[in-house]
Ligand binder design. Structure first.
Ligand code: ADP
Ligand code: FDM
Ligand code: MG
Length: 219
């Protein structure tokens, strides 16, 4: 039996870190659980990513940046897989879909995607990583995001870019094509209300229980 892999995705300030923390605590009432946040800025590649996000004078080709975010996930791959197979529930605060959506929102990487929605180049470095058993995308309007605290000075924290990222997220996260994907409308909901909606989805999907299914891999 193994633990389940549950991913919380969304735009900056949509409440991912708050909810990922609360979900990890809730799962810990019955199981061992662990939270992983991506990018993980504490690793060697994470330090480079942190410099890229916080220092606007530090330039990287957009393809290189994309590959670094993926490489950062591979740095944690063995540990994360081991945790699941040891029966730990793993909650992810961002993962591959942030990787694709933020890159796809850049005009320089539009060529890596076709009109038909093929994002193969952007997707390929993550192939082989564990696939989440459940993905929750926290959705709310850009207007409401603007009212939230915590808007920093980081590279992607620009309103127009966030709008583009949101449409890219909604393009790649389609519940009608992947039953493990759920869009959670958090507009106007308190932290507690969102926590309850998320928990209901987790229970409904059976992701609050250990499973015998092997860890799925992204292909
Ligand atoms: P993210 O990790 O997505 O950037 P955070 O969880 O750090 O978002 O939350 C960003 C800010 O919004 C924090 O100040 C947090 O307390 C606040 N916040 C989170 N969820 C809600 C909510 N449902 N309603 C109002 N404010 C919220
Ligand atoms: N980000 C995050 C990416 O561009 N690609 C990725 O693969 C991942 C995981 O990094 F702007 C972006 C998204 C966001 C920034 O911000 C990280 P937080 O506040 O640490 O989540
Ligand atoms: Mg956060």
């Amino acid at each position: 039996m193994r633990g389940q892999l549950i991913l919380i995705e969304g735009l900056d300030r949509s409440g991912k870190s708050t909810q990922a923390g609360l979900l990890t605590e809730r799962l810990a009432q019955a199981h061992s659980s662990q939270l992983y946040k991506f990018p993980d800025r504490s690793t060697p590649i994470g330090a480079l990513i942190n410099k890229y996000l916080t220092d606007s004078s530090f330039q990287l080709d957009d393809h290189s940046a994309h590959l670094l975010f993926s490489a950062n996930r591979w740095e944690l791959y063995t540990e994360l897989l081991q945790a699941l197979n040891d029966g730990k529930f793993v909650v992810l605060d961002r993962y591959i879909y942030s990787g694709i959506a933020y890159s796809l929102a850049k005009s320089s990487l539009k060529h890596a995607s076709s009109e038909l929605g093929d994002v193969d180049w952007l997707y390929s470095p993550d192939k082989g990583l564990p696939k989440p058993d459940l993905t929750l995308f926290l959705s709310l309007s850009i207007e409401e995001l603007g009212k939230r605290k915590g808007w920093g000075q980081e590279r992607y924290e620009l309103e127009q870019f966030q709008k583009e990222v949101k449409s890219c997220f909604l393009r790649i996260l389609d519940p009608s094509k992947d039953s493990t994907v759920h869009l959670v409308n958090v507009e106007g909901k308190s932290i507690h209300e969102v926590q309850q909606v998320i928990w209901d989805v987790v229970v409904e999907a059976g992701c609050d229980k250990l499973t015998e299914l092997p860890v799925q891999k992204l292909d």
